[in-house]
Design a protein around this ligand. Structure first.
Ligand code: CAO
Length: 420
């Protein structure tokens, strides 16, 4: 057993911050990430979690004390070897560390954050009311993914987290425990790995969407023969070089046109006020496949971009995601999302709405199809799309009209419709 000192971490520009709560006692056994103290400035409050596990030997501070970075909070009796053993890193952990690196920055400078990070140097930002609420429900605020600015946890985040952890059975709340009748080891060799951080963060959001939003998915085959001929003939007027733009840029342009025609798709539900929020801007979200997991950043003001500019913005945004350099704010506030699997393959699927948006457009890989046209059998290029929408806001007829409109925008008259 060794004595480990736990110090106040980097708390940004904050100086002489007051301790408003001491959350542990001498002799208490604590785990890594258990909250130790709560600090409150006039701007915000943060809980400081433990960086180690062990038994509290001596608490060095009390409520009302003012602290700065590096001040001693407490000393712990901890088993160092045990701690070191736990530090054996898996591939996942390495990805996490990349994200953690960014968390080393002070709170005030934390505008550039990767996907919904949950803590900064292990601290967690939430108001005292939210922290109290989380504690009353038996949740550790450090473990809750915060969706607010700089990863701050809101009351809604606490509720979503609790919902993902428990189930209500005949009025009784029970922790969700899924027990398989037979363990997998009984059938052969297996390997146990951590769930990647990005997937851990997006999981509760997906569950929320799938369980709370009544999804309807409409599939459509769009004839994009003329659009594809045009796309493959694009070249730079000055250099004479071919311009490489993927179908997604054209689809984005068509979607913007459809959003202008059908404002219900560029909306969100404000459940607190029981109102519909209509967005007057056109920011599109894009599902991006990265080695760290799925990310859904948005590109702003797509309505003001040319096809070529959309293509460039797509490349730039997916690169930022892959390098974990995307600004966290870009994951929020979108009009509608496109999930394109066109570069990979497959036709129709059920895209899950990215709340608080109310619709998502799934795009499959285009294929050749023999169809009858003016009495002749001809080969046409078909784009499979799948539109999922929130049936509380959009009814079936409007969903169908939206698909028909998209078909027209990408069909033989695409040049007039999209004014490319
Ligand atoms: N039909 C046929 N070909 C298509 C196509 C379609 N619908 N969409 C793209 N392609 C082609 C492109 O033209 C490109 O061809 P070339 O290599 O000949 O230039 C190739 O497929 C690769 O395109 P891409 O996928 O790199 O580019 P994109 O603009 O279509 O998509 C991005 C960009 C970031 C959306 C994509 O890279 C990606 O991450 N897709 C996965 C999204 C995802 O995981 N969705 C599921 C979410 S739910 O779990």
């Amino acid at each position: 057993m060794a004595s480990t000192k736990i110090l106040v971490p980097d708390i940004g520009d904050f100086k002489d911050v007051e301790i408003i709560e001491v959350l542990v006692k001498n002799g208490q056994q604590i785990k890594k990430n258990d909250s130790l103290i709560t600090l409150e400035s006039d701007k915000s409050s943060v809980e400081v979690p433990s960086t180690h596990e062990g038994i509290v030997e001596k608490i060095n501070l009390k409520v009302g004390d003012k602290v700065n970075q590096g001040d001693l909070i407490l000393s712990l009796k901890s088993d160092r070897k045990q701690d070191e053993k736990k530090e054996v890193v898996s591939e996942d952990k390495k990805v996490e560390e990349k994200i953690e690196l960014k968390k080393e920055e002070p709170i005030k400078q934390k505008e550039m954050i990767t996907v919904a990070p949950s803590s900064i140097s292990g601290t967690k930002s939430a108001s005292p009311k939210v922290r109290k609420f989380a504690r009353e429900l038996g949740a550790n605020v450090v473990e809750i993914p915060g969706t607010q600015r700089a990863g701050r946890v809101s009351e809604e985040d606490v509720k979503n987290f609790i919902r993902s952890q428990v189930t209500v059975n005949g009025g009784k709340i029970e922790k969700k425990i899924y027990k398989e009748e037979y363990s997998h080891e009984q059938f052969g060799e297996i390997e146990l790995k951590d769930i990647p951080r990005v997937k851990k963060l997006s999981g509760p959001q997906l569950v929320r969407s799938w369980t709370e939003i009544p999804h309807v998915t409409q599939h459509e085959e769009i004839d994009i023969t003329e659009m594809e001929q045009f796309r493959s003939s694009l070249y730079d007027y000055y250099s004479g070089e071919m311009i490489k733009v993927t179908p997604l840029a054209f689809i984005s342009k068509a979607l913007i046109s459809a959003l202008k025609e059908f404002p219900n798709f560029n909306a969100s539900i404000d459940t607190n006020q029981n109102k519909i929020i209509y967005k007057k801007y056109f920011h599109l979200g894009f599902a991006v496949d990265t080695p760290h997991g799925l990310m859904v950043p948005k590109i702003r003001n797509v309505d003001q971009m040319s096809i070529k500019e959309i293509g460039e913005a797509l490349k730039k945004t997916s690169k930022l995601c892959k390098e974990l350099k995307i600004d966290k704010k870009e994951f929020f506030g979108g009009s509608m999302t496109i999930s394109s699997l066109g570069g990979i393959g497959g036709t129709f699927f059920t895209p899950i709405i990215n709340p608080p948006e109310v619709a998502i457009l799934g795009v499959g890989k285009s294929f050749d199809k023999l169809v009858e046209l003016k009495g002749k059998i001809v080969s046409r290029k078909i784009l499979p799309i799948s539109l999922s929408y929130d049936h509380r806001i959009i009814d079936g007829a409007e969903g169908a009209r939206f698909c028909v409109y998209l078909s027209e925008c990408l069909g033989k008259d695409f040049a007039f419709k999209l004014a490319v």
